[in-house]
Design a protein around this ligand. Structure first.
Ligand SMILES: *Cc1c(COP(=O)(O)O)cnc(C)c1O
Length: 384
């Protein structure tokens, strides 16, 4: 962990930026050349020369190099959003007639992209309960080209064994892609476990301030350059230089924030587990998590997004959310502010609900007092 603090804080002095201590925003579309020879030379490597900002902008390039270092990747490419990175990366792995195996709890829009959008082009996807390697094995077809992972998933917080999945995919000549947004590069580095490509929504913890939307893909120079030259250049879902500068600023405190998030997240998860109206807490960092051993093996820490199930009816839990002062009602996560969403657990009111909590940077004691107050107003028993 210690080396992370230096990695994010330190930059070599870069003469191109006049020694500016923080990367400047290069607010320009094109880059001019002194000679025609230099101009033509630059086209030899579109991804590694500054020609046009839908390709390679110096501010975005700076962020890509910082993220690649944190993830232990040769190369990174930043996108306009997490979905920009995810859709481009998936497209780079398949063609018409190919087959994908995907974890069934993957992020909703990713699932929709695979099951609805890509099926228009003759790409089929099988969704599996990703916890068991047998399920991946059984789903394999002769035309399987991609295993798509998301570990942990972000409603039920189930894990896939990254090493086993990557080895199985490799044995049939398929690629492995993982959405690693939950753990961030601070707590999980899938490339070291054999995964080919990692994607993150930098909108979440990496940006960390709920002020911009972005994504990144990381991996070998060969694979990332191929995405850069094709899906990045052709679909054009590029990260703007302003966004790159905001994310780069957020990155300075990523290790610091993740330590705080982990600590506060565990405190709140313990508290929630003590509540009489809570049935189950889904948090991969807690000792009772059914995949705790795997979590400890492939992650070095936990972030602060988790869920719990309760038999309190949906309408009452929504009223509980209304009563909260510090937890805001909203999508996304990864910023400074705590958030809550309430989802129906089944079709009937007595099925109760699944509540997702995101623990921000506030005092955990204040957050607990907030939840106790919200519960008391509804005559739900308070916890300790
Ligand atoms: C938010 C999110 C995404 C999508 O990222 P955007 O930046 O919103 O496009 C993908 N995966 C996970 C796990 C997410 O939480």
């Amino acid at each position: 962990m210690e080396e992370r603090f230096t990695q994010v804080a330190h930059d070599p002095i870069d003469a191109r930026h006049h020694g500016a201590i923080h990367v400047p925003v290069y607010q320009n579309s094109l880059f001019a050349f002194e000679t025609y020879e230099a101009f033509e030379q630059a086209f030899q490597s579109l991804m590694h020369n500054h020609i046009y900002s839908r390709g390679n902008n110096p501010t975005v390039d700076y962020l890509e190099k910082k993220l690649a270092e944190l993830e232990g990747a040769e190369e990174a490419k930043c996108f306009a959003s997490g979905m920009g990175a995810i859709s481009a990366t998936i497209m780079s792995c398949v063609g018409a007639g190919d087959h994908i195996v995907c974890v069934d709890q993957a992020y909703g829009p990713t699932r929709e992209f695979l099951s609805v959008y890509l099926s228009r082009f003759g790409v089929e996807t099988t969704f599996v309960d990703g916890r068991f390697i047998e399920n991946w094995q059984e789903a394999i077809r002769p035309n399987t080209k991609l295993f798509y992972l998301e570990s942990p998933t972000t409603l039920f917080f189930e894990l896939q064994d990254l090493q086993q999945c990557a080895a199985l995919a490799k044995s049939i000549g398929a690629r492995t892609v993982i959405d690693g947004t939950w753990a961030t590069p601070i707590y999980q580095n899938p490339l070291a476990l054999g995964v080919d490509l990692v994607v993150h929504s930098v909108t979440k913890y990496i940006g960390g301030h709920s002020d911009c939307v972005g994504g990144v893909v990381l991996g070998s120079r060969e694979l990332v350059d191929r995405i850069g030259n094709n899906e990045y250049m052709l679909f054009g879902a590029i990260m703007t230089p302003q966004t790159a500068a905001l994310v780069a600023k957020g990155l300075r405190t990523l290790p610091l924030r993740m330590q705080r998030h982990e600590e506060s997240g565990m405190i709140i998860a313990e508290y929630v587990r003590s509540l009489p109206y809570v049935q189950q807490v889904n948090h991969p960092g807690m000792p009772h998590h059914p995949q705790r051993e795997l979590a400890a093996r492939q992650m070095s820490g936990s972030s602060s997004l988790f869920s719990f199930t309760t038999n309190v009816p949906l309408a009452k839990m929504k009223a509980w959310a209304d009563n909260l002062q510090y937890f805001k009602i909203g999508v996304s996560w990864g910023g400074f502010e705590s958030l809550v969403t309430v989802n129906a657990a089944g079709k009937q009111p007595e099925d109760g609900c699944i509540v997702r909590l995101y623990i921000g940077l506030e005092s955990p004691q204040d957050l607990i007092a907030d939840m106790n107050r919200a519960a008391r107003e509804l005559s739900l028993a308070a916890g300790s």
